[in-house]
Write a protein that binds this ligand. Structure first.
Ligand SMILES: [Zn+2]
Length: 304
């Protein structure tokens, strides 16, 4: 059976082994989940825990729509008839398979169905970009826009002044085990990480298993870590290289194990985000050589 951790007041989280899944207790039975977990690896154990505690999920507020955060939205909505609240971007892409394909554009439609099909559901409450709070079952939750990890990522603060940071911040353990952390728009993600310093909460929950009273040191370490990974990618580009050249070099040099087309696409997608960041910061430029698109390190002159 999964463990429940009491964080503060009515705010708790479920330790799934992979994530801390927060929930807010409305009364003895009704709860509001902040994210719904991963369908493939977590649904059965979550079901067992919720049933054993006689919990009824009244609502889900999602930090973002990744499969390990919104994977059970459709399932719980069916089981409990619960309300789903999401940012407008996530609500849009999760409204149909073809909308999901916009986001997962590197996949065929059947590929999107196979890997992300469980992310299709109706969102009841759309959290707009400028919104600073949302009322769910008459309870006010604070909202902070933290785009970057996904275009509409949000952090959610419970009435106990506990902030759920989703994937806007990662723990030191995750940093130690990650070669290329995910950031859809890294430049925005770095700004969002800095903006977390404006929060003044009693406790902070990080999705991939962190609970802390103070995030100052961790915010700075995160920023250095992500920027450091971008620099490592930059240093690989010793000559004009195609995306495949860079990918091949990194996979070998960093011992990244790729044994499926799915994993290849995941790594390729993440690498693209870092290259886009390097393009945005002017560290690399694009050229066409013999008909192929290649990345080159920018000269000082190019950067001016
Ligand atoms: Zn995520």
């Amino acid at each position: 059976m999964l463990d429940i951790i009491h964080v503060k007041g009515n705010t708790y989280c479920i330790d799934t082994g992979m994530t801390y899944l927060p929930f807010y207790k409305i009364n003895e039975t009704d709860i509001i989940l902040l994210d719904s977990g991963w369908a493939k690896g977590e649904r059965d154990s979550l079901d067992e825990l919720l049933d054993a505690n006689n919990f009824h999920v009244s609502a889900i507020i999602n930090s973002h729509s990744h499969t390990d955060h919104a994977g059970n939205n459709a399932y719980f909505k069916e089981k409990y008839n619960c309300i789903i609240a999401m940012d407008s971007f996530a609500a849009h892409i999760c409204s149909s398979i073809t909308h999901l394909k916009q986001y997962y554009s590197g996949y065929s439609l059947s590929g999107v169905k196979a890997h992300y099909g469980n992310l299709v559901f109706d969102t009841d409450i759309i959290i707009r970009d400028e919104q600073k709070s949302v009322y769910i079952n008459g309870i006010k939750f604070g909202i902070m826009q933290t785009p970057g990890h996904t275009p509409g990522h949000i952090c959610i603060t419970t009435p106990d002044n506990v902030a759920y940071l989703g994937d806007a911040l990662i723990t030191r353990d995750v940093m130690n085990g990650t070669k290329l952390p995910y950031a859809y728009i890294l430049s925005q993600d770095l700004q969002s990480k800095t903006s977390l310093l404006n929060l003044s909460c009693k406790k902070y929950i990080i999705a991939h298993r962190g609970i802390t009273d103070d995030i100052h040191g961790l915010v700075n370490e995160n920023i250095e870590f992500y920027k450091g990974r971008a620099t490592k990618v930059l240093n690989v580009i010793a000559r004009p290289m195609t995306l495949e050249d860079i990918m091949r070099t990194i996979v070998c040099a960093w011992s990244i194990h790729i044994q499926s087309t799915y994993k290849y696409k995941v790594v390729e997608r993440m690498l693209r985000f870092y290259l886009e960041y390097l393009l945005e910061t002017g560290a690399v430029s694009l050229i066409v050589e013999n008909g192929f698109l290649k990345y080159v390190q920018s000269t000082k002159k190019n950067q001016q």
